[in-house]
Design a protein. Structure first.
Lengths: 323, 323
């Protein structure tokens, strides 16, 4: 089922129309969408709909809107992060230039709304309001993320709030938007939203772990977060538990401007291992995962089983991403 | 009446809610909106509504959406143009930084949709589709504008198409959106759209003239377009009519990287004067203005007179902006 849904997204993404000109505006949109990805968010939208309505294709415009929106945020975040690569390919601002990436991103956000407006629902205003709220939260999350880079310390609570805004709420919205299109009631929509948010929290924390412990880096350098002094939960937990000598070392690496990246990554990783932060973060992931699973179990009674299974499988896949 | 409408916009802009945090996301939105401006577009939206419905305030959310959208484009365009000032005040990317200007602009575009969704109309999907089309056209116009900077020559037709997209269609949309909210029929909406587009063309060409011939520059350096080699209609008409020696001089100034800005502006201006391009562009402005007036006259029979007069006055004000 998941493959069918993913394939449906891929095919549908191809059908979004773009004018031929100006090429510098529309070509980058096609480019970033062609870089692939797991399409988790739009698949969640289709699942949200399929849980309640056998015509899960109804959620296609909303699903495409979400994927367009997500890729718009990637295009602009890559400028802000000065990222040269995305999925081992040059980022848009790298392949074209920053102005092109700014403006194409803007157009992509409008294209997202263009899709959303095509959603077959009597609750369009409601759907749009939910989307707007979510979109602003994602912007807030990105702003906090940038603000945190300038700060010496970030609390666990602040970090969790940031990733909730930047990553998790969009997964919650995806499930909820699909459910809304599928005719779910308000309580069901809210339940799915919470499920998606918990899934998103687990997803992002898993991503943080992968950055440090992945065996293969797919277009991403291992330890990128460490090199960039990102205040991930790993670092926050490590700082809190470090003894005096470990704390000194962490401070040293956080405040040294000229360094050998490999040396920095290896030393920080050794401290992480000595403290055992991996287990602590894994425990946190399991907790979010468990919450999502519990919510999922309440769906079994009144939702369509094929789609409950699909959601279950997607949730499992998250945890077995290669660490 | 125009003052009432403008005042209503100023007051309503103050009521748009923004969260307190993150400050770097929302403060720049308040800042750019506080820089003022003539609020022509939102006033046009209120007029469009008032032409058909005595409750012209109904168009307030749409009007605010348009002003938010317009200022979002200014915030991002200023990054792309590396503009240090807007209305004699530092631009957002100058006062904060580029990342803040990118992300605040993004949030501002979402805030525009947030307003638009609050429009009291049964035709929300239609209104949103029109807005999306217009927003993409504005992006296209900005992209063409940037593309033209890299090109040696631009035709009159290409230039007019560019300013139609970048500037004129938003004025057309503003009038039309108001009319839609006010209950106007499709034909009336389209008539008002054309009126607004013609008004926008006259407006932009007048702006091009002001750049060269304004006696006072309000926060803008006189001749900025000349210094930046902008292919305005003035330059295009001058190139076409220049004799061999004038053409040589124009080419020289277009292709010289190190120059004294005053000398460049003065020399190019002398060529413009010798050829008489000011009169040619003024004639073009009059033609667009005349088209707008003709459309306006057809409204008299069935539209509310106070608002016909308000529109008439706004149109007149355009032509008597100080050159």
């Amino acid at each position: 089922m998941l493959d069918t849904l993913r394939q449906h997204i891929e095919t549908s993404l191809q059908t979004i129309p773009y004018p031929e000109a100006p090429a510098n505006l529309y070509e980058p949109i096609r480019y970033i969408l062609s870089l692939g990805g797991k399409r988790i968010r739009p698949v969640l939208a289709l699942i949200g709909c399929g849980l309640f309505d056998e015509q899960w294709e109804k959620a296609t415009p909303a699903a495409l809107a979400i994927e367009l929106f997500h890729n718009f945020t990637l295009m602009h975040d890559d400028i802000m992060d000065k990222a040269p690569l995305r999925r081992s390919k040059p980022t848009v601002h790298q392949r074209w230039n920053e102005n092109v990436a700014i403006l194409s991103g803007d157009a992509m956000l409008v294209k997202a709304y263009e899709q959303l407006v095509q959603t077959p629902t009597t609750e369009l205003a409601h759907l749009l309001s939910l989307f707007n709220t979510c979109a602003l939260q994602v912007c807030e999350g990105q702003q906090y993320d940038m603000d945190f880079e300038q700060r010496a310390a970030v609390s666990r609570q602040e970090y969790l709030k940031m990733i909730r805004l930047k990553t998790a709420v969009l997964l919650g919205f995806s499930l909820r938007a699909g459910a809304l299109v599928g005719g779910a009631g308000l309580a069901e929509q809210q339940g799915l939203y919470e499920l998606g948010v918990n899934m998103g929290m687990a997803f992002q924390l898993q991503d943080d772990l992968l950055d440090v412990y992945a065996e293969e880096a797919f277009g991403k350098r291992i330890g990128g977060d460490i090199v960039a002094n990102k205040k991930t939960l790993l670092l926050i937990e490590a700082m809190e538990r470090a003894d005096e000598s470990q704390q000194k070392q962490l401070f040293f690496w956080l405040n040294t401007e000229n360094f050998d990246p490999n040396e920095k990554v290896n030393t920080v990783k050794e401290i992480y291992d000595a403290i055992g932060v991996r287990l602590i973060v894994e425990e946190q992931i399991r907790r979010y995962h468990h919450k999502a699973e519990k919510a999922l179990n309440t769906l079994r009674a009144h939702c369509r089983p094929t789609f409950v299974s699909a959601l279950e499988q997607l949730l499992q896949n998250l945890l077995i991403r290669k660490v």
